[in-house]
Design a protein around this ligand. Structure first.
Ligand SMILES: C[S@@+](CC[C@H](N)C(=O)[O-])C[C@H]1O[C@@H](n2cnc3c(N)ncnc32)[C@H](O)[C@@H]1O
Length: 265
């Protein structure tokens, strides 16, 4: 599954992507028990409600002050949903294909009495009505699970009301290339920026396959879906630092995340 280039937006070859999505879903279902095992710790973090980065709060601040209805695609443990409510969102619907992740997130939302609800579904499409969101929020390890970036962008656009925003805060596509050497920032010899996919060896691991989308492909898919790009920022901070790892690639010289804001005209 590496090194092959398919036309932008289309990574379906002989049903291979469907098989990979099925396998990835099984891996996520199993890996998401982490959210159940760590429920109390995640609940504490959710109560603090500080999972959004300062860049996210800065870019989203003016939008969240208008109390948007939010759809969070690939909502995972849902901590960001509670932080979005704390920062002003009126309500959040999270969509994730892991029933384990969605039910842990729903339990947390009930316990904290926040207006967040969860739907279990494989994206795209989200089983939600056209134009239901003022803000579609996603990222932090979301786009890499999409075999067809154009289908994803079209569905995110469909969910937006006129004037609504799509916001993505995501790992920079360079990140899979960095090794975690603590002293020297190196490019892994087994990875390439222009490869199509690779096997995840961090989390959720277990053979899950990540698709690779370059910055150019991500922006082109969003613009082609009909959204106007309002802002793109690249950041040196990773969104995820596994315990006990301090890689030189995270020392501030390299891009580790990006934030993208686009708007439906
Ligand atoms: C790395 S997690 C990030 C989730 C979330 N943004 C967060 O910070 O918790 C990726 C999530 O995407 C979900 N996912 C992956 N592919 C999906 C798909 N095709 N449809 C729905 N959910 C998917 C997984 O179940 C997992 O919960």
């Amino acid at each position: 599954m590496t090194g092959v280039r398919w036309p932008i937006g289309s990574a379906t070859v002989g049903g291979m992507s469907e098989r990979v999505v099925r396998m990835n879903r099984a891996v996520w279902e199993s890996a998401s028990y982490k959210h159940v095992r760590e429920y109390d710790d995640l609940l504490r973090q959710a109560q603090i409600g500080e999972s959004l980065t300062s860049a996210e709060l800065e870019i989203l601040g003016p939008i969240l002050r208008r109390r948007p209805a939010v759809v969070h695609l690939q909502s995972g443990h849902g901590l960001d949903d509670i932080a979005l409510i704390k920062a002003g969102a009126d309500r959040v619907i999270g969509v994730d294909y892991s029933s384990v992740a969605a039910s842990a997130a729903a339990r947390r939302a009930r316990e904290l009495k926040v207006p967040c609800a969860y739907v279990v579904a494989e994206l795209p499409p989200a089983p939600l009505r056209d134009g239901c969101a003022d803000l579609v929020y996603t990222g932090k390890g979301a786009l890499i699970w999409m075999p067809d970036i154009s289908a994803w962008a079209n569905d995110a656009t469909r969910l937006l009301a006129r004037g609504g925003h799509l916001f993505v805060h995501e790992a920079h596509p360079m990140v899979p290339l960095y090794d975690w050497d603590p002293h020297v920032a190196r490019i892994r010899s087994d990875r390439g920026y222009f490869n199509r996919s690779h096997v995840n060896d961090t989390f959720p691991a277990q053979g899950a396959v990540e698709w690779q989308w370059s910055i150019g492909e991500i922006i082109t898919s969003i613009a082609s879906a009909g959204l106007a790009i309002r802002e793109l920022r690249e950041h040196p901070e990773p969104f995820w630092r596994p315990d006990d790892v301090a890689a030189a690639a995270w020392d501030g010289r390299l891009p580790n995340t990006f934030s993208l804001l686009a708007q439906r005209p």
